[in-house]
Design a protein around this ligand. Structure first.
Ligand SMILES: [Zn+2]
Length: 413
């Protein structure tokens, strides 16, 4: 990926001709006619070189488009639905301007995997380390649907080396900050910075794992084998296997393993077999509870989704809007289908320059008419991604219609 900045002219052309305002409106509003979910929604714009404009709000998709094209931001972010229109906040008392609703959001970034991935470092990302993000998406998507019952999950590529999740179920939108904190607490398994070796502390002593995490363990074991042992070979080098030994913390076991591994070079797979064999050796073939717990915790530490918890805890946290352009890579932050996350390749996501080229070619062959039409994205490789969002919006709107029918007339706001 090149590190060149996207020019303001290119950004403006993208905002004028390609950004799917109508789909974004439907996704945030849940209905065709504007509701508070849209009109009372905060937008924030990042303007070059370093201005940040907060508390913007709009009546509809056209007003949003007009402002985006006028400001030509490098990116823009979406905040909560407030009790008053954010642009009017100075005319209402502070107590009357509070966040009411907000999608439940999650952020997963490659930065949090730097100490376990062996293939790349820093800003680098490849097909192999994307597997960490893919695994996190699969596990978190399942856990959220199974444990919390949410259905309207939108995964969005962050444009570089991470992914965002937006949950639009009514119950998720209505969560208070306290409830969000509790929910994120349930889903947080990995804690502590670089200096902390053992990052998993989710059980009491050697008791079994909490049920939610236990449910994920089977698929995490598969990921551990394929990704950590085979592909990344995390325990090949001394730094890697020393970390592994520290996580075992059974002196007799680690002493025997260290003696063996110092003499002979063994693959991560072989070392993990050694761990299992040594764990059995002390107790006549049966693995002691301490070692079962230690091995499960190791699997969790290397495979469980690493969340940036702060993003999820507060309703007023702003998060980059889908379909913005990453200023460094030029890639569009497109929605991603979690069921095919393993075959998603960040380097195949269209860049803004590529899309404008496609549009020019389509325009030239069609006689160059209607260049500012709303659905110009249809002529480009952005189409499958906007279609994906539109299907999501259609399902969300159907759900809202059904809920309204059940609630009877005039109960919505
Ligand atoms: Zn890599």
């Amino acid at each position: 990926m090149s590190d060149t900045e996207v020019s303001p002219e290119i950004m403006l052309a993208f905002y004028k001709r390609l950004y799917p305002y109508k789909s974004i409106f439907g996704w945030l509003n849940h209905e065709h006619t504007p509701t508070r979910r849209f009109t009372h929604r905060e937008w924030a714009f990042t303007l070059p070189p370093d201005t940040y404009v907060r508390y913007q709000s709009f009546a509809d998709a056209d007003e949003l488009k007009k402002q985006v094209c006028q400001l030509n931001p490098t990116r823009f972010e979406i905040g909560p639905v407030y009790s008053a229109k954010p642009r009017d906040r100075k005319t209402v008392r502070a107590a009357n301007f509070t966040p009411q609703l907000r999608e439940l959001v999650f952020d997963i970034d490659m930065t949090d995997y730097d100490e376990i991935r062996t293939c790349c470092s820093g800003a680098g990302i490849c097909k192999r380390c994307w597997a960490f993000i893919a695994a996190a998406v699969r596990v978190l998507d399942r856990a959220i649907r199974d444990q919390f019952g949410y259905k309207y999950l939108l995964w969005v590529y962050s444009g570089r080396r991470g992914i965002h999740l937006w949950i639009s179920d009514k119950e998720a939108m209505e969560l208070t900050d306290e409830q969000r904190r509790a929910l994120v607490g349930w889903l947080t398994v990995i804690q502590g910075g670089k200096e902390m070796k053992k990052k998993v502390n989710v059980r009491q002593g050697t008791k079994s794992l909490p049920p939610g995490i236990q449910m994920s363990l089977e698929s995490l074991r598969t990921i551990f084998h394929r990704l950590i042992l085979e592909d990344q070979d995390c325990f090949a080098e001394e730094e890697g296997w020393e970390t592994l030994l520290q996580l075992i913390s059974e002196p007799s076991v680690t002493r025997r393993l260290r003696a063996k591994w110092e003499i002979k070079s063994r693959s991560s797979e072989e070392k993990w077999e050694d761990v299992k064999r040594e764990a059995r050796a002390d107790k006549g073939g049966k693995i002691h509870d301490n070692m079962v717990a230690a091995m499960e915790d190791i699997v969790l530490q290397y495979t469980y989704p690493r969340l940036d918890a702060e993003v999820s805890k507060h309703r007023n946290h702003l998060l980059k809007a889908p379909f913005c352009v990453h200023p460094k890579t030029g890639r569009v932050c497109v929605p991603v289908d979690p069921s095919s996350i393993d075959s998603f390749r960040p380097e195949r996501v269209p860049t803004v320059s590529q899309l404008l080229r496609e549009l020019d070619e389509a325009g030239a062959s069609a006689g160059a008419e209607a260049t500012e039409h709303h659905s110009d994205w249809q002529k480009t490789s952005l189409k499958p991604y906007v279609d994906m969002l539109d299907r999501h919006v259609a399902a969300l709107m159907e759900e809202v219609r059904r809920a309204k029918r059940e609630a009877g007339p005039d109960r919505s706001w």
